[in-house]
Structure formats: C-alpha cells, structure tokens
Design a protein around this ligand. Structure first.
Ligand SMILES: [Zn+2]
Length: 213
C-alpha cells in the first residue's frame, strides 16, 4: 500500500490536481504504531516507499493521549496536523489524501455548495459522502487542521461522517482505507464539479462574511 501513495501522487500530478511539490498523503494501518506520511517539500512525482516518513506513535505517559513522535532529521508534510487529527483515533486502516483538485477548488471559488450539487448527481451521492466545506484558512495552520476534522464530523472513536470535504481557496481532503479508494472520492467530486462548471449555470450569490468592525 505504501507504493500506492506514490502512484496516487503521480496520477494527481498528471491530472493537474497538484503542482510538483503540493499535496500530501498519510496512512495508518489497523492498530498500527506508525503513521506513514509523504515528506515535506519533496517532488511528489518521485515519491517511492523509501521516501515516505515513518513516524512512531507514542502514548503520553501522563495523559495517555497518542501523539506523533517526529524525531530529528524527519521532515513530514507541513500538513501533519491535518492528517493526525483524522488518524489519531482510527480503529481501521485509513488513508488521507490531500490535493488541490482543480474543478473542486474552482466550483468552491465560484460559490457552489459541494453538498448541494452532489445531491443532484447519483454518480457521487451513491458512493461518496460529501461533508461541509472548510472556509478559507491559512495552509499548514492548526486552525485548518482542526476545522477540517470538524467538517468530517469526527467522533470520539475516530469515526468520520463523510468521505471528502472541500477546503475553500485551497483543496480537498478525502478519506478511505487505501490511497486509490480515497483518490476515487476526489475523482467523482471533481468530475461533477467539472460538469456543473461547464454547464454554465451560475453559482448562487456568494455570501460575504465580513470581519466585525
Ligand atoms: Zn494543500
């Protein structure tokens, strides 16, 4: 399955869903003591199993809370916390794929509601549960990581209510057991976003949220 991480990255690059150094994937095996995650800054077109960062999962002795133990020399993806939030309490093998899928980001930018348009297309609504969209937040921030987990409807047991969420002005995060299944969630949503955009139907007026004065 580690080989599939690089394969999915290469496919995402070919589809224009990432530029060379964007995107990240993590995997945790069932009851596994390691988090596997793509390296920071590395060219994603040449990710192979030997480049994947293997982080030991430690239990804090005092609190019993699990935490990723990044040691000197390891350079995991800058979105480590986005992955960790979704991986920490999983009971099953889980893969998270984060890319900047073009049509999904374009549809969000135009003002479409991903849940509303997904409900109109059986191609996606049968196989992929689309969650609420994460608002525009700085990349690599803890806020992005925390709000992404909240939009997935994460439960105390690590269960997730949705398979994919969009992240405004940024990208998308998808969850499945293996990298290719997560890829398929992104592909389905990207495809219907492309059809909606090509239909020429205008997006509903964007609701502008202004900061309090
Ligand atoms: Zn990103």
């Amino acid at each position: 399955m580690l080989t599939a991480i690089g394969d999915v990255m290469r496919r995402a690059y070919e589809r224009g869903w990432i530029t060379t150094r964007d995107g990240n994937i993590s995997m945790r095996k069932r009851e596994g003591k390691y988090l596997y995650i793509t390296p920071s800054g590395w060219r994603k077109t040449i990710v192979h199993p030997e480049h994947i960062v293997r982080i030991e999962i430690m239990k804090e002795p005092r609190t019993g809370i699990l935490t990723p133990n990044v040691v000197a020399g390891q350079q995991p993806s800058g979105e480590l916390w986005m992955h960790w939030n979704l991986q920490r309490d999983t009971k099953k093998t889980r893969t998270i794929v984060h890319v900047h899928a073009t049509h999904i980001v374009a549809a969000l930018y135009a003002g479409f509601d991903l849940q509303a348009i997904s409900a109109e297309f059986p191609e996606i609504s049968r196989y992929t549960k689309v969650g609420p969209t994460v608002p525009a937040l700085p990349a690599l921030s803890r806020e992005l990581a925390d709000v992404t987990a909240a939009c997935f409807g994460i439960g105390k047991d690590g269960a997730l209510a949705f398979d994919i969420v969009g992240q405004a002005n940024h990208g998308v995060c998808a969850v499945a057991m293996d990298p290719w299944a997560a890829y398929e969630h992104i592909e389905r949503l990207d495809h219907i976003c492309e059809m909606v955009l090509k239909s020429g139907v205008p997006a509903p007026a964007r609701v502008k949220v202004s900061a309090p004065a």
